[in-house]
Design a protein around this ligand. Structure first.
Ligand code: TXA
Ligand code: MG
Length: 319
């Protein structure tokens, strides 16, 4: 199959109406989209990504009103939706029967979000169904933040990539679930813990380390580059690995040495900029011939928590 990269919304809609899958831009990362209500389209998403069938897909809709066709909102989830949608928040909600089981991998809850990207907003408004869309990378690799990243991983497997330029947030959406007396934060992202607490009035809890997490995509070792990644005190790690060709991912600091190349993610101490650069930088490093990647811990406030989470998953496999 030939894969075209373009900016034509009608062309993308045409493929989606034929139950084909199309990559779409969002503010977080690119998604691999198909008709969320059609078993054949959803099966094609799993196949193109080589994604295990037990790992459910997020549904993307154009507005909060649309959410109620597919899921139950209560007082607090409505408040969160009004505060953060469109935007980088996914809510895990009780599912209505309109959503087929294949989309949620049999879960009675459905994950839904309203993406904030003008092309994808226009696309959603031009079709008559919601879009199921996981990140548009082969299962297990780093999420794409550029149309060319999608092409590298999925060309030949999908007909069209809707090119909306570089994503602005750069890490996947926050996934939150409203429970009786707290909010469960299943995945950190562009909406942080303090924001969720401020709007909901409820404390935020992190699900405990589970062998089988309730959001199966949160299994450790995910988002991983092929080059081994170690995290910790950089000076110490450099000493331990002084015989190797090293790439270093840091917040702002530049490290120097004969065998070292530094990749600071921000020039002006901005965590938003660092999050935005993280995945593209990991991909760039992974395409060069480094023996290892060393990474710092980032400040934990705001989107820093999501940066630390993703770097942690990038290294898990090598522990
Ligand atoms: O920013 C994002 O959320 C991107 C863009 C494309 O929207 N999407 C994304 O999808 O990151 P994905 O599939 O790569 O990650 C979705 C996560 C997975 O961990 C999956 O297990 C979980 O959400 N998830 C989705 N639907 C679920 C459900 N019904 N129940 C539990 N977990 C769910
Ligand atoms: Mg993903």
């Amino acid at each position: 199959m030939q894969t075209i990269i373009g900016t034509n919304i009608q062309e993308a809609a045409k493929f989606l109406n034929q139950q084909e899958v199309v990559a779409i831009p969002t503010e977080t990362v690119y998604g691999l989209a198909g008709n969320a209500l059609d078993d054949r389209a959803v099966a094609k998403i799993y196949a193109a990504k080589n994604r295990p069938a037990f790992n459910p897909l997020i549904i993307h809709v154009s507005s909060i009103t649309e959410i109620e066709k597919y899921a139950e909102l209560n007082n607090i989830s409505s408040k969160l939706a009004s505060a953060f949608m469109p935007g980088p928040l996914t809510l895990l909600l009780p599912k209505k029967t309109t959503v087929p089981d294949i989309t949620t991998a049999g879960n009675t809850k459905v994950a839904i979000r309203v993406p904030k990207h003008s092309l994808t907003q226009a696309l959603l408004r031009s079709i008559s169904f919601p879009l199921a869309a996981p990140s548009a990378n082969p299962s297990g690799y780093i999420s794409p933040t550029l149309a060319t990243h999608v092409y590298q991983g999925l060309h030949g497997k999908i007909p069209y990539i809707l090119d909306g330029g570089p994503t602005t947030v750069g890490v996947e959406s926050t996934i939150a679930e409203v429970c009786a007396d707290h909010i469960l934060l299943h995945r950190t992202g562009g909406v942080d813990e303090l924001q969720l607490e401020a709007i909901s009035g409820l404390p935020v809890r992190i699900p405990q380390d589970e062998a089988v997490p309730e959001t199966p995509g949160q299994l450790k070792s995910h988002y991983a580059p092929n080059t081994p990644l170690y995290r910790g005190n950089i000076e110490k790690l450099i000493e331990e690995h002084n015989d190797k060709k090293i790439a270093i991912i840091s917040f702002t600091k530049r490290y120097s040495g004969e065998n070292i190349t530094s990749y600071p993610l921000s020039t002006n101490e901005s965590l938003a900029e660092a999050a935005n650069q993280l995945f593209a930088t990991l991909r760039k490093i992974d395409a060069l011939d480094y023996d290892i990647i060393l990474a710092e811990y980032f400040p934990t406030q705001g989107i820093g928590a999501a940066i630390n989470d993703r770097i942690g998953r990038a290294q898990a496999e090598y522990k």
